[in-house]
Design a protein around this ligand. Structure first.
Ligand code: 26W
Length: 882
């Protein structure tokens, strides 16, 4: 056989798996790290009879609590720095001081994590598991210090040790294991669950490379890999003893068991190991520490000795590589599914490893009695990405734990709950039946069985309605049949929720209408939130101080307390202080913009900001058209009553999303022209911020005056950036989309700049949409298009913006940019006028913060718990003080 390069071949993983087959057939005396694994056909029962009794003396692992005072903490940091890490005065890198501090904190988190687990286990508490392909955690240090109440102590002791806390915080790289809203929401949820003392564990993937880093070359996005683990990650703890084995490929086979029962099993599979890494998730000053468990792929052996002896050493090593590929990189698409095999491998990897983990823990405590399993466990599916969990739980219960179909199905559909995060049809996951069957043959046969039984139920309810059967089938028929993952998730779940009121309503009326008719009780809404610990207390220390002094500190865990600010909104002295805080935050933001964009922002100007993924439905294009309009006004001397304005736009485009990337280029080129024009004289500034990420938003939200939430109505499921801005005292200019509607409800129409068509009007407007007529009828719009079409922003690159011009002028533009132009410009003018009246603006800013209480994930999690999970909050056990 010719040598094949498993890394570059089209089907690298399948090829690699083939190489590994001979190895799995025999037993290999050189296997390493396999103490917990069964051989191919052994049953879990044979592995785990009773909980292992241990001979370890409790003295070994039960310790008196660590001190939280400056002295003790300093001593631990010194020991980690000097002894464990072996550094001294010659150390020139902030990495080691950072690691030493983190390790000292992790010790304190670990003891609390154990006490938390004892409480949960001791009471047999029900658990929820948040299954997500993305956890966009950002940095961890500042948040850990806040939640452990060690901020001031640490700052002081580091100063003593010749170190600067702020620099150390800044030296940490973002854990960017997510694309955007959905991933950051998962991270905020974990913070709130720990703060509410809910037994919730996160399960995800430990990608070696997270979201790509974006830099700009000649106004265009260039992606580079994000090797976030390069310097090591002292927060995580590897737990190889909980490694799981994941099957791929092979086939599903029937056989008769000892009692003559006909059964199925998955044979000739090519296996990969899932190794867990745990990150502690501290609650706010309550001693609770929950866990986020991320799985990393490893080959089943260091290398294949059989191949090595046969002289195929490189092949065996590339086989190992290919296995490890599974968790190598996060897919950077945030709204379109492209059906890549590796992505399906990742999804199954997460689902299978996590379910095996939970089932094994269950067996340790309850043996093979699953009668209480559904009462004690809930799995929340973060979009359809982990929805392989539905058939995988069926498979594990039936094939590995010997349950019958009915019992397994009752358990599955009483433990799974599904959250939808998008209305865009192109973002709904579908996997070709052919691919699914090759990669996960046993799962496909289970899906067929689920579908047969489900369609039988539908046909009883609507006899003879074949069109409905075809519409609702888990399999979309056609030349290339596909598995519809959203339908699989709905059928397998007891709860289906959207993430804002409008979104949940549109799901019921549109996308999932048939399912809503069948099971109305399954559907519910859970409006998103954000954690005020990270997004207000940690990100905006100046405002936190002012809030604490004015309304007390309860808002940190009860955000509704912010309503108490309302009565201070008309107090001139308070307004002064509020303005001073905002101004200081604008200075901070301006220095970020200066550093990363080379553009000078004047803190006196209106800071107008749109940061989020670049997508046509989010309409960054509309924003830049407004900028061009302002530029044209200045050039024509229409500058009476001018409001100086600094416009900041940031976000990443999916690497294959051509038009989104071109929109980034347009922003950059407009910025170049506007900022470089002497006649404009600083009255308008524009910047594109490269590499937008969680830690950038921590500086951006506090320094923003006006938050742009301008998606085409009916397209943005919720939005969460909108909430971070509001909390930090920005006013919103926005459409009636997603959670904007609820934001406006809370803050009142006077404090929100509304524009644009409603979701209903959007649907009607599409029918005879004529953008060219709209442009021609509006002098401002005509002038903007003329400038754009003249090549004024692309002097040396003719035609560069043709695709964008074409999209605006197309009768089929799905995002109706032209339809909302006029009303957007008018709303912007109202915002500019409001800003000119500084007293009025300050009042509006205060009222926005005051009204943001609803948008805490503490509220969101309380709702998930009351209506979906039904967990009992539980404090950790007391520390062992002997
Ligand atoms: C490639 C597959 C894929 C498809 C969709 C990956 C990611 C997605 C999601 C739609 C991405 C996402 O982040 N959705 C956002 O979720 C937020 C949290 O609920 C909402 O606030 C946003 O409106 C929604 O776009």
């Amino acid at each position: 056989m010719p040598a094949r390069n498993a890394l570059t071949s089209k089907n690298a993983l399948a090829g690699a798996a083939r190489i590994m087959i001979p190895f799995f057939k025999g037993t290999n005396p050189f296997k390493v790290n396999q103490n917990t694994f069964m051989d191919q056909n052994s049953k879990p029962a044979a592995r785990h009879n009773a909980p292992q009794t241990s001979n370890l003396a409790s003295e070994l692992y039960e310790l008196p609590p660590l001190g939280m005072d400056q002295e003790t903490l300093a001593l631990d940091i010194r020991r980690y720095f000097g002894n464990f890490l072996g550094r001294d005065k010659y150390c020139r890198s902030s990495r080691y001081p950072h690691h030493a501090l983190v390790l000292a904190l992790r010790d304190r988190l670990m003891e609390r994590q154990k006490r938390t687990r004892s409480a949960y286990e001791g009471s047999g508490a029900k658990h929820a598991y948040y299954l997500s392909l993305e956890f966009l955690m950002g940095r961890t240090l500042n948040n850990a210090l806040l939640n452990l109440d060690l901020g001031e102590t640490t700052e002081a002791l580091l100063r003593r040790l010749g170190l600067n806390l702020e620099e150390i915080i800044d030296s940490e790289s973002d854990a960017g294991l997510g694309n955007g809203g959905l991933g950051r929401l998962a991270a905020c949820f974990l913070d709130s669950c720990a703060t509410l003392q809910l037994p919730v564990m996160g399960y995800g993937i430990r990608y070696a490379y997270g979201m790509f880093r974006q830099h700009m070359e000649n106004g265009s996005q260039v992606e580079e890999p994000d090797h976030w683990l390069r310097d090591g990650n002292p927060w995580e703890l590897e737990r190889p003893e909980h490694t799981r084995r994941i099957k791929y490929g092979g086939r599903s086979e029937f056989y008769r068991d000892a009692s003559g029962q006909q059964r199925s099993r998955w044979v000739d599979s090519h296996d990969v190991l899932a190794v867990p890494f745990d990150t502690p998730i501290p609650g706010y000053r309550n001693d609770t520490v929950n866990v986020l468990r991320l799985w990393s792929a490893a080959a089943t052996d260091e290398f294949d000795l059989g191949e090595f002896n046969a002289g195929s050493y490189p092949e065996s090593v590339s086989a190992k590589n290919a296995a490890e590929n599974i968790t190598m990189v996060l897919y950077p698409n945030d709204a379109s599914e492209n059906g890549k095999e590796l992505r399906l491998r990742q999804q199954y990897f997460l689902a299978s490893a996590s379910l095996q983990d939970v089932l094994e823990r269950w067996e340790m405590h309850h043996g093979r009695d699953f009668s209480q399993f559904a009462e004690k466990n809930a799995f929340q599916l973060n979009d359809t990405h982990p929805s392989c969990a539905v058939p995988e739980l069926m498979r594990l219960l039936i094939d590995e734990y010997d349950l019958g179909w009915e019992e397994a199905w009752q358990i599955t559909r009483h433990t799974m709950a599904y959250t939808n995060h998008t209305l865009l049809p192109e973002a709904l996951e579908k996997w070709s039946v052919r691919l699914f069957g090759q990669l996960l043959p046993r799962l496909l046969s289970i899906i067929y069985e689920i579908n047969a039984r489900f369609l039988n139920e539908v046909s009883k309810r609507w006899p003879g309605d074949n069109a409905r059967l075809a519409r609702m089938s888990l399999i979309e028929e056609g030349p290339e049949p596909h598995v519809r993952m959203a339908y699989l998730a709905i059928v397998g779940s007891f709860s289906v929720n959207g993430v804002a009121a409008l979104h949940s309503e549109l799901l019921q009326k549109g996308l999932f209408r048939d399912f809503y008719e069948l099971w109305p009780h399954k559907f519910n809404n859970k409006t998103n939130g954000v954690t005020q610990r990270r997004w207000l207390a940690a990100a905006n220390p100046a405002l936190r101080q002012l809030l604490d002094e004015t309304i007390g500190t309860a808002w940190v865990t009860q955000l509704d307390e912010l309503r108490k600010l309302t009565k201070h909104a008309d107090d001139p002295v308070f307004r002064q202080r509020w303005q001073a805080v905002k101004r200081a935050n604008k200075v901070r933001l301006a220095s970020l913009v200066q550093r990363d964009c080379g553009v000078v922002f004047d803190p006196e100007a209106l800071f107008d900001v749109q940061v989020k993924r670049i997508h046509e439905y989010k309409r960054q294009l509309l924003n830049i058209l407004h900028v061009i309009h302002l530029y044209a006004r200045l050039k024509h001397g229409e500058d009476a009553e001018w409001t100086p304005r600094c416009v900041l736009i940031g976000g990443k485009a999916a690497p294959g999303y051509f038009i989104a990337k071109r929109i980034i280029t347009l922003v950059s080129k407009v910025a170049e022209v506007v900022n470089g024009d002497d006649e404009i004289d600083g009255r308008l500034k524009v910047a594109f911020l490269p590499n937008y990420r969680v830690s950038a938003m921590e500086l951006i939200a506090p320094g923003t005056d006006l938050s742009e939430q301008i998606s085409t109505a009916g397209k943005e499921a919720s939005g969460t950036g909108n909430m971070k801005f509001m909390m930090n005292g920005a006013a919103t200019i926005g459409t009636l989309d997603g959670a904007n509607i609820e934001i406006r409800e809370e803050v009142g129409d006077d404090n929100f700049f509304l524009f644009g068509l409603t979701a209903e009007e959007v649907e009607k407007a599409r029918r005879d949409y004529n953008p060219n007529a709209l442009i021609a009828a509006d002098a401002d719009f005509t002038r903007v298009m003329a400038l754009l079409e003249s090549g004024h922003f692309n002097r040396f690159e003719p035609g560069l913006f043709e695709p964008i011009i074409g999209a605006i002028r197309s009768r089929h533009d799905p995002w109706l940019v032209a339809a909302d132009f006029r009303s957007f410009i008018d709303a912007q003018e109202r915002a500019a006028a409001a800003y000119r009246d500084r007293e009025r603006w300050s009042r509006m800013s205060i009222l926005n913060t005051a009204a943001s209480g609803k948008f805490s994930t503490d509220r969101t999690m309380a709702e998930y718990n009351a209506e979906i999970w039904r967990l009992t909050p539980m404090a950790p056990v007391q520390p062992n003080r002997q």
